[in-house]
Structure formats: C-alpha cells, structure tokens
Design a protein around this ligand. Structure first.
Ligand SMILES: [Zn+2]
Length: 131
C-alpha cells in the first residue's frame, strides 16, 4: 500500500494497489505541477480524506485536480465522469509520499504535450528525480 499526505496533514490518500510505476507527463498542466501519478480508482483501490479545492482546466473538463486549501499541495486528480463499468479513474501524486516508500518506483514518461503517447523507459526511478 502507498500513502500520501499534504504538507500540513489535512489531506491524505491511500492506494491499496501495488503500482508498478508512476507517470511523469509533459502536458501543459502536469509539467507545471511536477506531479508523479500512480493510477487507480476512487473508493476502490484509492481512498482520499480531507477537504480539498479542485481545479478544472478551461479547455478540457475531464479531470479535477485536487489541492489542500491550506498548504497548496496537489494531492490527486479525479476524472469527472465514471467509466462504463462505473469506476472513476483517479491518480494520486506520489510526491506526497514518504521518500522511502516510493523511491524505487520506475518513472514512465508520457508525452502529453505533443504526441499523447508513452515514451520508452529510460530506467529512471523516483529517486533519480530528487538527486
Ligand atoms: Zn495541507
């Protein structure tokens, strides 16, 4: 299980799955946030607690990005519509996790800016982004 908490502690999440990797995306919003996403589904393998503020980009309303209104940390995003099976795609930002729990996860790079395709693995892990 992974856990994450914003800096002040008001917002937290758990991910009961065992993500094999996290994703860094180059789109106009993810590159600004610097988020590292681990995917799952809300109230399935991902649970969130605490009051958040959400941001929905004006040009694409399919995701709400959730922040702690006190300390400003970006904790997770939630799709605004359920899939056909009723589940709601959600991603947690593992930048909120304790380093030792996520440092070995491989980082997948997704070109959300130009090609909208995954890029080949370059072997880097979360730890490599810190040092
Ligand atoms: Zn906070």
């Amino acid at each position: 299980m992974l856990e994450g908490t914003c800096h002040c502690g008001d917002v937290s999440w758990t991910h009961d799955g065992a993500p094999a990797a996290v994703t860094a995306c180059s789109c106009t919003i993810c590159r600004r946030y610097g988020a590292l996403w681990a995917y799952g589904h809300l109230n399935d393998d991902i649970r969130v607690s605490g009051r958040t503020t959400a941001y929905r980009r004006a040009d694409s309303g399919d995701i709400d990005f959730h922040f702690c209104p006190t300390c400003g940390c970006l904790s997770h995003y939630i799709a605004t519509a359920a899939k056909q099976d009723g589940r709601v795609v959600t991603a947690v930002n593992v930048r909120m996790s304790e380093p030792g729990s996520v440092e070995g996860l491989p980082v997948n790079h997704f070109d959300g800016l130009e090609t909208w395709h995954a890029l080949p693995s370059n072997g880097r892990t979360v730890r490599d982004l810190w040092f």
